[in-house]
Design a protein around this ligand. Structure first.
Ligand SMILES: NC(=O)c1ccc[n+]([C@@H]2O[C@H](COP(=O)([O-])OP(=O)(O)OC[C@H]3O[C@@H](n4cnc5c(N)ncnc54)[C@H](O)[C@@H]3O)[C@@H](O)[C@H]2O)c1
Ligand SMILES: [Zn+2]
Length: 394
């Protein structure tokens, strides 16, 4: 409360408050089987005796492969009618970047939320890959200034990285993730049965994020990935489940304990290997998907870490070998594409990376396996030599 107005011209009093965020990250299988309580438990988390209103959005790519899911979810809701109410039929959403690119998508989602009278005590539930989660998450975060939102990530990448985080975004003016919010979800339910039907390429892509987070935070997890690369390359279920859980936990840990969950500072350690990955995705017009680009970016920055004297020689080979054993190809000809002055176009990725956040350039490199370190400049010659190394290895 402000008391008697001061006579002074300048009267500055710092006002401060803090808010604690909590959200469960659940790992389960067959979440919509009648006996599975994962969803019910998170709905009832704060208000156990209420009937909760829910509107469910689902990735069309998932629905196409699992058409019976719609009736399964309706049966689930009917069996739990005392605790949950579906306020409308399941809403199919185009999978992949379409929903993030289409300028009509977010207004369309907001209209649906309005039609169904979703309020801050109702729930939106999104089932899908990272793109669908981003679009529905963004609409949910701005509708009524934020309604309760539950995510069911359905890809390896969204279960082991993006889906367990606190961000959402859509693309605008041709720029990726330009419009979005930081909005911790109500809960995340990682259902491993969705992973069964994922194409091999998508299963593999998400593994790059696990290698990334192991490299910056957990050497033992990296050793485990190395020891089980053959099983992972075959997508052995117990091994893939362990990778997803380990990676998700490390990502959540970074958000919880890293000191900057809403990225107010300049460092983004979880974006190790990403300055070049984002650029490569753009240069190849997404021919190389995010995970595949991250694998290349991680190999590149690991080599850079060795060449710049931060990481022991040989560790770069170790990292590149692991990524290749997992099935990644660590080269794309666009890495070589130059502008009219002979400068690799990839290098523009460094400035783009800084621009997205503002502030001082901060790139995470490696001081050891499991030990990320922030640096504030990138030497273009060393980047060039790192690109040469990738080319020689192919
Ligand atoms: N918010 C964040 O913090 C954050 C972080 C990283 C990435 N992302 C975003 O995530 C998106 C990438 O997500 P993604 O890698 O999960 O891919 P995606 O959402 O683009 O999905 C890829 C394809 O897989 C299909 N699909 C989804 N689940 C499936 C399943 N179980 N079986 C078969 N097909 C399935 C989709 O329909 C789509 O066609 C990008 O838009 C990226 O910007 C967000
Ligand atoms: Zn990523």
């Amino acid at each position: 409360m402000l008391d008697t107005p001061s006579q002074r011209v300048e009267d500055v009093r710092l006002q401060s408050f803090s808010v604690t965020y909590e959200y469960p990250v659940v790992f389960t299988r067959d979440a919509f089987a009648l006996g599975n309580r994962s969803l019910i438990d998170v709905l009832l988390r704060r208000e156990p005796y209420k009937r909760h209103r829910c509107l469910i959005f689902i990735d069309q790519g998932v629905l196409l492969l699992l058409p019976e899911l719609a009736s399964q979810i309706e049966n689930y809701a009917a069996a739990q009618a005392g605790s949950m109410e579906l306020v409308g039929p399941l809403v199919p959403i185009a999978g992949g970047e379409i929903s993030k690119n289409d300028p009509r998508a977010i207004p369309g989602l907001l209209e649906l939320l309005s039609e169904h009278a979703i309020d801050r005590h109702s729930y939106t539930i999104a089932i899908g890959g990272g793109a669908v989660l981003d679009a529905v998450g963004y609409a949910s975060a701005i509708f009524h200034r934020g309604v309760r939102h539950i995510r069911f990530p359905t890809t390896v990448l969204s279960q082991d990285d993006s889906g367990v985080g606190v961000k959402n975004a859509v693309n605008q003016f041709g720029l990726k993730n330009l419009i979005g919010t930081f909005a911790p979800p109500w809960a995340i339910i990682n259902d491993s049965s969705f992973i069964d039907m994922l194409p091999a390429r998508e299963k593999r892509a998400g593994m790059a994020e696990a290698v990334k987070v192991a490299l910056i935070r957990d050497g033992k997890f990296f050793d485990w990935l190395e020891a089980h690369a053959d099983e992972l390359a075959r997508f052995s279920r117990p091994h893939l489940d362990y990778l997803i859980k380990g990676s998700a936990e490390l990502h959540v840990r970074q958000i919880r304990l890293g000191g900057d969950p809403f990225e107010m500072g300049s460092a983004r350690p979880l974006d190790f290997g990403h300055w070049s990955a984002h650029k490569l995705e753009q240069l190849t017009r997404n021919e190389v998907n995010h995970g595949e680009a991250v694998a290349i970016g991680v190999a590149l920055d690991t080599r850079y870490s060795v060449l710049s004297g931060r990481l022991a020689a040989g560790e770069d080979e170790r990292v590149a070998d692991l990524l290749e054993r997992l099935g990644f190809v660590l080269w794309h000809d666009k890495l070589r594409q130059c502008d009219s002055h002979g400068r690799p176009l990839l290098l523009k990725g460094i400035a783009d990376f800084q621009e997205h956040l503002g502030g001082e350039l901060t790139v995470t490199l490696l001081a050891g396996i499991g030990r990320g370190v922030d640096v504030h400049e990138m030497n273009e010659k060393i980047v060039g030599k790192s690109i040469d190394w990738l080319e020689q290895r192919k």
